[in-house]
Design a protein around this ligand. Structure first.
Ligand code: AHR
Length: 517
């Protein structure tokens, strides 16, 4: 032990010296980039596990405080996130969903064949979803059934929701309690049609896409509707080529789309997802974050294909399913996709949001999977109890980026190496907010070392930058019903001297600062 002491002292002094290495970051306020669409911060609520029933909907007779059956505590928490849109009812479930089961006085209970063959009472249907979206101040992204449904069924559903004249379907909607048309800002033309959505070939799907795109009409002219086609779920480009080629050759007065989806989960080590969501160490932390950073080349390569057909970037790349997917929570129904959410997930969320913002010219919408009690959720509920996850806190801290303007940043991120995995040490994004302030998001990926940053902001007149920082004692720290604030943001103020902001980031942390904020 005595022989090791000098080595230990040397190691500690190196660590101290490294901690003092300042990473210089330059924000270029003179070259504003694209708008960062607020829809990049969208969410996804599928009929899956305890997300809808129990997590969002408890019914008007429940003892859990609710407004017309929708949990008040969940609504209050989600309102703070300014959720721009909610994708519903799936996912795989969307291609088995028949909207008529979920409207009117008499609801038709059905088997949820996508997720555990449990009974779906269909008490949460179109009207309840629209009420939920209204209560949280969001917009509707409705996934249409292109798998087991028909073009007529989908066209009727959208007419039912949007007709402004007294058609039979509009009168039925009024009789069911909603005279005014609903606002449907987005529809999805199917979900993963290459797999759970019907195992279609690209050619078969693009024919469906044209049919649904042609005959599904929005009748509420006051609320323009965007149509989102099914896109790829991996780095292959055949599907993207087929969708974009069809769009290029055939779009016009009778058919058009506004976006193409991309699904990409962070699953280290291949399917089925088997990494632990908690109780992991440094190596798994690095492996999972290394995997999540593959979102960057994936978006780059899919965008390159889109650019060939659509150099003007009319079609958005909509990453409408993303997030960490791990082994099911021990003791839970594996079909319910319940998993814990740790500090690692907070960093993972920040890294993905940063990637989307860097590609804001093409990525104009994204939906994390999912919202409540499923996969990388914002919120966990258990009966009347509710807990906010570390991922929730990141989404809340990133609110200033909604509809901001991207600002280029230049820096040398350095490296963090763990058991053969080399990752950047930091990740930084900057933007000008809607009200003209500069906001920066700073992630220290390295769980072993704090890092000093000097962020130069030409033209900055404010003396301070304020915001919040999210860090935790361990990378696998989580919030639980027993300890709901183990991972919670803390206020932080940074000095701005001579146009440069200096701040020290804790290991494995996420910080968002607004200049003069
Ligand atoms: O989010 C869970 C599932 O993952 C969705 O239903 C499906 O689209 C994807 O495979």
């Amino acid at each position: 032990m005595r022989a090791l002491a000098p080595l230990l002292a040397l190691a500690l002094s190196c660590t101290a010296a490294l901690a003092q290495d300042t990473i210089a970051i330059k924000v270029d306020t003179s070259q504003p980039g694209p708008k960062i669409d607020r829809h990049i911060f969208g969410q996804f609520a599928e009929h899956l596990g305890t997300q809808i029933y129990g997590g969002i909907w408890v019914g008007p007779k429940s003892k859990i405080p609710n407004s017309r059956g929708i949990r008040k505590d969940v609504v209050a928490a989600l309102k703070a996130l300014h959720v721009p849109d909610v994708r519903w009812p799936g996912g795989c479930y969307a291609d088995q969903y028949h909207w008529r089961d979920g409207v009117g006085k008499k609801r038709n209970a059905r088997v949820n064949a996508s997720w555990g063959n449990v009974l779906d009472p269909n008490t949460f249907g179109t009207h309840e979803f629209m009420d939920f979206v209204d209560q949280i101040g969001s917009e509707a992204y409705v996934s249409l059934n292109v798998g087991s449904g028909t073009v007529k069924e989908a066209a009727d559903w959208v007419e039912y929701m949007t007709a402004t004249t007294p058609t039979a379907l509009a009168r039925e909607r009024a009789a069911n309690g909603h005279k005014a048309p609903f606002k449907v800002q987005f529809v999805g033309l199917g979900n993963e049609s290459w797999d759970c959505g019907g195992l279609m070939t690209p050619a078969f799907y693009t024919d469906q896409m044209k049919l649904y795109g042609r005959f599904v009409n929005n009748y509420n002219a006051a609320v323009p509707m965007q149509k989102i086609a099914v896109g790829p779920g991996d780095s292959g480009t055949d599907w993207t080529e087929a969708v974009m080629d069809t769009w290029k050759k055939r779009h016009g007065w009778s058919f058009d789309i506004n976006g193409m989806s991309l699904h990409s989960y962070t699953v280290f080590g291949g399917w089925p997802p088997h990494m632990a969501a908690t109780g992991f160490g440094g190596q798994d932390y690095a492996n999972v974050l290394g995997e999540t950073l593959k979102m960057e080349p994936l978006i780059r390569s899919q965008s390159a294909v889109m650019d060939k057909y659509d150099p003007e970037k009319k079609i958005a790349l909509v990453v409408d399913e993303w997030g960490g997917w791990y082994a099911p929570m021990p003791g839970s129904n594996p079909a319910f996709l319940q998993q814990q959410n740790s500090m690692r997930d907070a960093v993972l969320a920040a890294l993905n949001l940063d990637i989307f913002m860097r590609h804001a010219d093409r990525v104009r919408m994204a939906n994390i999977a999912q919202m409540v009690n499923v996969l990388q959720a914002m919120i966990f509920t258990d009966g009347p109890k509710l807990v906010l996850t570390p991922t929730y806190h990141v989404f809340r801290m990133y609110v200033p980026f909604q509809d901001s303007t991207f600002l280029p940043v230049a820096y040398d991120a350095g490296t963090y190496v763990e058991a053969g995995v080399t990752l950047p040490r930091v990740d930084v994004v900057a933007a000008k907010t809607k009200d003209g302030k500069i906001v920066v998001a700073l992630a220290n990926i390295d769980p072993g070392r704090p890092v000093d940053l000097s962020v130069s902001l030409p033209g900055a007149t404010a003396a301070t930058a304020r915001g919040q920082t999210l860090a935790a004692p361990k990378v696998d720290s989580v919030n639980s019903f027993a300890a709901p604030n183990a991972v919670a943001p803390k206020p932080v103020t940074a000095r701005v001297t001579d146009g440069a902001l200096t701040v020290t980031l804790a290991p494995a942390s996420v910080t968002v600062l607004t200049l003069g904020g």
